[in-house]
Design a protein around this ligand. Sequence first.
Ligand SMILES: *[C@@H]1O[C@H](CO)[C@@H](O)[C@H](O)[C@H]1NC(C)=O
Ligand SMILES: *[C@@H]1O[C@H](CO)[C@@H](O)[C@H](O)[C@H]1NC(C)=O
Ligand SMILES: *[C@@H]1O[C@H](CO)[C@@H](O)[C@H](O)[C@H]1NC(C)=O
Ligand SMILES: *[C@@H]1O[C@H](CO)[C@@H](O)[C@H](O)[C@H]1NC(C)=O
Length: 399
Amino acid sequence: MLGSFLGWFFYLFDPLANLAIPPIQPQARLRPENNVPVAAEGPWEDIITGHYGVPPLIRIHDRDGIVKWKFERDDVQQDLPDEIRKCLYSSANDATELKWIRNGTAVAAVYSALALIINHTPDNPETDKLITWAICRDNEFLWNAHTLEPLPGDRMAVGTTGQRPWDGVLVYNTSEALPLDPSPPILQNVTGLRAIHGLIWDEAGSALWAAGTDFAADGSDPEPARATIHAYPFDEATGLLQADDAYVYRLDEPIRQEVEWGAGFSWWVGAHDLVPIPNQRKFLISEDHGLHAFDIPTGRFTEHNAAVADKYMPGFRVTTNDRHGVDGDGVFQELPYGDLKGFSIAPDGSFIYVQSLWQKYRGNHTSIVENGVYREINQGLEIYRSRWFGNIDGWPKPL
Ligand SMILES: *[C@@H]1O[C@H](CO)[C@@H](O)[C@H](O)[C@H]1NC(C)=O
Ligand SMILES: *[C@@H]1O[C@H](CO)[C@@H](O)[C@H](O)[C@H]1NC(C)=O
Ligand SMILES: *[C@@H]1O[C@H](CO)[C@@H](O)[C@H](O)[C@H]1NC(C)=O
Ligand SMILES: *[C@@H]1O[C@H](CO)[C@@H](O)[C@H](O)[C@H]1NC(C)=O
């Protein structure tokens, strides 16, 4: 009852109901009518996976899990500022984010108590695994940072993944001309979106998209929180993200995480990964309870749960059969599409995902589906995310 009442309540105040908002349009150079050839990427053999542990481990491997390249802290031979070395050798077990950047010659990651960029030049051992940028997360702003994403002009957006009104996105200069600095100047501080777990650069729309919650996900605000995606158009003239409330899109209803964690659990269902569909102006978004498709031109959520799997991830399979419980109204619920901490779709239709184990924070394998056929790789590892190690067609990283 409460749920459907709130659904209507929020519908009345839904910013999407305001038709005056201009939709985000593809940049001229990427509009189909301009026929600018864009080379297809591929061949989609490489996957990057973060393995939790002390120390954590980042691996690039093939579709069978055969490791081609790895990074752990003992691989670092270069001189580092003391503070960065301390954060690298912290007791944090995190390997929370890992992304292909700089045309595959580097990896951006949240690793141990750092957010960093590591060279990936396996053919050149001189430069391979050098840290070219790193910030310490060992402070009140960044300790829970879950994700990062490059922006044009050597900038890096880092999601602070916190619950306070001033949490959001911090932007840094990652130019290799700058010396390593554990607490570098902040180019921009975009506040307002809590609990950011996904960030993706939209080259066609010239915007950064973030997935988080509109209020505190942990229930510490008087208002209920909903999984929310927010687009921040990038102003090329100033190099700044525009925080325009027009581009805020919320899921319909706030839901407490009681099915998994028990009656009275204060946390709200919040966003996890924000995943572009190759060559389409669409995202999939995962949250604790399910999966949703989002259409950029109309600013609407178009499919949910089974309909998302049927259309965009055929062959998706729940990874364990214990994903069920009783919600706050005493109703038994199955959550087979819930808690994909990380997932990634290749242009050939193959997809990978990491679904957290029930009542845990991470999975113990990576699921891969090719031509509708499901397999498990990386079995026995403690994993939060796996991603294709490539430039997703239609969603190139910034130049
Ligand atoms: C990116 O890397 C590929 C090979 O890995 C190369 O063919 C291509 O020229 C590179 N692109 C740029 C812009 O450097
Ligand atoms: C970002 O701005 C907010 C609001 O002005 C401020 O409270 C917060 O301390 C800033 N964050 C950082 C890392 O400076
Ligand atoms: C980043 O640092 C480089 C090297 O100092 C500089 O050339 C560039 O203008 C800086 N970028 C921004 C956005 O401040
Ligand atoms: C992964 O976790 C599931 C569910 O707890 C368990 O059945 C399975 O044996 C585990 N697999 C490995 C390889 O640890």
